[in-house]
Design a protein around this ligand. Structure first.
Ligand SMILES: C=C(CC[C@@H](C)[C@H]1CC[C@H]2C3=CC[C@H]4[C@H](C)[C@@H](O)CC[C@]4(C)[C@H]3CC[C@]12C)C(C)C
Ligand SMILES: C[S@@+](CC[C@H](N)C(=O)[O-])C[C@H]1O[C@@H](n2cnc3c(N)ncnc32)[C@H](O)[C@@H]1O
Length: 360
């Protein structure tokens, strides 16, 4: 009898401990994936490790990439490797937002997305483009807010499937459409959209003019485009080794072929024909630190590392996922330092208008 009591007590303590470890101790994003479903996207499980190695050697020296035409293919590989981990540990919106005291991450994320679409002045019946849509977190918030028809484009086939599943589940599939394609050569007609936005996506383009040129082409005259850009700020010093190390860490861990400086963005927008209505770093005070969400998760990261390692050992998750998770952990450190030093922002906002006449 005593043994049975002892056994029962141990079982309750172990079960409670496991529950605390998995669920209470800073859980992975609730609306995301389950850890047991982590995959390599469209990459088969046994190839995840090799694909990760290829990705890493391609992006090792981001500013020295000698074949920029290969960037979209490696960005595609990157999103095969990280999409499930992002969804599991962050949610369906793959971007940052200023933290807002008293508001949850989900609420702050949604406000940041709605802020973008409010600038476009679109409504029901309009057709708008989401340039680099991920698994569609922003797309759904924006369709619900504006009532517009949103068409999202992503280079990653796996994300297309995830986005379509989420759209259906949210009952928004009649307003949201997802297309697999390259935003440097979009499969859309000239002047076929009433507005466009990109949230933390165009930073993957080797040349910003190529993606801005495409957005310009597909917009109707008079339509607005808003973008949240990843850039270095005026605080960045290219002769400071610490700054260089932080920026290189951000580029390597986020599939970026070289971060641009904030003052290049408007110039490029004008070069392709846009009128620049406004530009602003949304991370500047009084905005709360966007990197706070990354910093708060130290214990959760450790918990996630243990979960990923155990699942990989059991053969539930592909082995390479452990390396990908470690890379993301280091990237989170570089992003945090980029925010704290003020040398980097992921939300340099530019609002543009396609002139009604080319010379307007
Ligand atoms: C815009 C881009 C992506 C921005 C962010 C959504 C992601 C950047 C770094 C990611 C993460 C870092 C650490 C991960 C952690 C180790 C893991 O346990 C859970 C997921 C992370 C928190 C993950 C989540 C997404 C990011 C914050 C880029 C690519 C242009
Ligand atoms: C960081 S995610 C942001 C996704 C989405 N905007 C969000 O905030 O949730 C970047 C997105 O850009 C897409 N992307 C990057 N390069 C691309 C390219 N050349 N063509 C199309 N999509 C691209 C990726 O596939 C991914 O969906």
């Amino acid at each position: 009898m005593e043994n049975l009591t002892l056994f029962m007590t141990a079982a309750v303590i172990a079960g409670g401990g496991l529950y605390w470890f998995m669920c209470i101790l800073g859980s992975a994003e609730q609306k995301g994936k389950r850890a047991a479903d982590l995959s390599g996207g469209s990459i088969s499980a046994e190839k995840v490790g090799d694909k990760y190695k290829q990705y890493w050697s391609f992006f090792l020296r981001p500013k020295e990439i000698d074949k920029p035409s290969q960037v979209p293919a490696f960005v595609d590989t990157f999103y095969n490797l990280v999409t499930d981990i992002y969804e599991w540990g962050w949610g369906q919106s793959f971007h940052f937002s200023p933290s807002i005291p008293g508001k949850s991450h989900a609420a702050a994320t949604r406000l940041h997305e709605e802020f973008a679409v409010d600038l476009l002045r679109v409504g029901p019946g309009d057709r708008i483009l989401d340039v680099g849509c991920g698994v569609g977190g922003p797309m759904r918030a924006i369709a619900a807010r504006s009532g517009s028809n949103v068409v999202g484009i992503t280079i990653n086939e796996y994300q297309v499937g995830r986005a379509r599943t989420h759209n259906k589940k949210a009952g928004l599939d009649s307003l949201c459409e997802v297309v697999c394609g390259d935003f440097l050569q979009m499969p859309f007609d000239d002047e076929s959209f009433d507005g466009a936005y990109s949230i933390e996506a165009t930073c993957h383009a080797p040349k910003l003019e190529d993606v801005y040129g495409e957005v310009y082409r597909v917009l109707k005259p008079g339509a607005m485009y808003v973008s949240y850009e990843w850039v270095t700020t005026a605080e960045y010093r290219s002769d400071d080794p610490e700054h260089v190390e932080i920026v290189q860490g951000i580029e390597r861990g986020d599939a970026l072929p070289g971060l641009r400086c904030f003052d290049e963005v408007a110039e490029i927008a004008r070069k392709v024909g846009f009128e620049v209505v406004e530009e602003k770093d949304l991370a500047r005070p009084p905005s709360g630190p966007w990197w706070a969400r990354l910093k708060m998760g130290r214990i959760a990261y450790w918990r996630n590392h243990v979960v990923v390692s155990v699942l990989a050992k059991l053969g539930v998750a592909p082995e390479g996922v452990v390396e990908v998770h470690d890379m993301l952990y280091k990237t989170a450190g570089h992003l945090t330092r980029g925010g704290e030093t003020g040398i980097f922002t992921p939300m340099y906002m530019i609002l543009c208008r396609k002139p009604v006449k080319a010379d307007d």
